[in-house]
Design a binder for this molecule. Sequence first.
Ligand code: ADP
Length: 174
Amino acid sequence: MTTRVGVYPGTFDPITNGHADIILRAVKIVDRLIVGVARNAGKGPMFTTDERVEIVREELKHLDPEAAKRIDVRPFDNLLMHFAIEVGASVIIRGLRAVSDFEYEFQMAGMNNRLNPNIETVFLMASDKYQFISSRFVKEIGQLGGDVSHFVSARVAARLAERFALASKSAVKP
Ligand code: ADP
């Protein structure tokens, strides 16, 4: 029997309830899931790669310890297709929110298919309750002192609060 391995790549800066939902659903359709945390320096992430990996691991341990046994969280900074091959994946999992993600995801899936037609991209529709959540807005809301508890776990909210407190201490007031 072959083991079906899936890769769920993203920046996870930080992991939101929307990401967690996709992870827990994805692990039902593969035997092993690799959450690939992209270094993605271009996006200027708020948390370092190691921090993002650690935060995702911590989340999974709390959310579903049983499922977590079949999930690996790994950083990567090479081409997604190369990373997928490296970990022996046959599917790439992506989450799809309403209209906003479609064009980007459609293009990426098409180009990845050209790079390697043996690895399929599988899309999971965002659950209605998490449809509007994005890491970017979570950071913006948190930075302005808003309540992010509907969008991320209490653990992630605490990490964000800690990060913003540090940032405001070191900020030079104009
Ligand atoms: P990227 O750097 O690829 O944008 P993200 O961490 O933002 O990485 O997202 C990783 C994947 O998770 C993408 O497929 C994205 O569409 C999906 N995703 C992000 N937020 C949600 C959400 N709220 N519900 C479902 N999928 C989501």
